[in-house]
Design a protein around this ligand. Structure first.
Ligand SMILES: [Zn+2]
Length: 253
């Protein structure tokens, strides 16, 4: 199956951007790394860029395609899903050809598709456990589902907690996503953060607000800085078990 995907040109060098990061301007990985030498905010994006570049290669995605990612806490499905987060990573496409027998996701706003992804990676994680369940998909090779990082688990029972994620991977691979995530009145521009992203961005957002105001930041100021509502930030802090008092004083989460 052929997918018509989007490409972007780097604003600095004009080369195709393989990884879109929301650093103020759209830069290719090479230019972002150059910018990172002088800008601490860009330096914080490096790990994410490197991870995404690695994923694009590992998953066999087109190297010049615009990627997209999203993540949702699953606790709205019921208390038994407290602490679980569903992550998606894929190729942004202009349309989703039929038959849609491949993992895909469509984010719509008032009936209009905002982002359509062919999902090369679906992942479920539980709190900060170092293992995840993952479904990797490729147009020629099909799907592989596996648990990664089991060797890093320490406590009895952790593997069972991680592997409950398979349930989600089986059920939510296509149009079911819409029922799950899309019809919750999500607002345009609502940001989603994975646990790593939040842990990376939160200290920066706190520092930015503190610099601006000259005092410790409030949750509503930091939420605004991150582009989420205050209740959403509170939810993230709870789901990801972040020590807010440490973070707002500039210590690690
Ligand atoms: Zn460039």
């Amino acid at each position: 199956m052929n997918f018509e995907y989007f490409t972007d040109a780097c604003v600095a060098c004009g080369q195709p951007v393989t990884i879109a990061v929301d650093y103020p301007r759209l830069l290719c990985g090479r230019c972002l790394l150059l910018a990172a030498e002088h800008d601490p905010a860009a330096a914080a994006q490096r790990a994410r860029v490197e991870e995404q570049l690695r994923l694009v290669a590992e998953l066999g995605m087109p190297p010049d395609g615009r990627t997209g990612r999203a993540a949702w806490p699953l606790r709205d499905l019921g208390r038994e899903w407290d602490g679980y987060v569903f992550e998606l990573f894929g190729l942004q496409v202009a349309s989703l050809p039929t038959p849609r027998d491949y993992p895909h996701f469509r984010l719509t706003f008032e009936g209009v598709a905002e982002m359509q992804l062919v999902l090369y990676l679906r992942r479920v994680r539980y709190r900060d456990l170092p293992a995840v369940v993952e479904a990797r998909w490729h147009p020629a090779r099909g799907e592989t589902v596996l648990t990664r990082g089991v060797e890093r688990l320490r406590r009895k029972g952790d593997l069972a907690l991680v592997e409950r994620g398979y349930e989600m991977l089986q059920v939510h691979r296509g149009d079911r996503f819409r029922q799950l995530f899309d019809e919750r009145g999500r607002k345009r521009g609502t940001a989603n953060y994975t646990q790593e992203e939040l842990r990376e961005r939160l200290p920066l957002a706190c520092a930015t607000v503190a610099r601006r105001t000259g005092r410790a930041p409030t949750q509503s100021e930091v939420a605004a800085e991150l582009g989420v509502s205050t209740p959403t930030l509170k939810k993230y802090l709870a789901d990801y078990r972040v020590d807010w008092h440490a973070v707002k004083q500039g210590r690690r989460a």
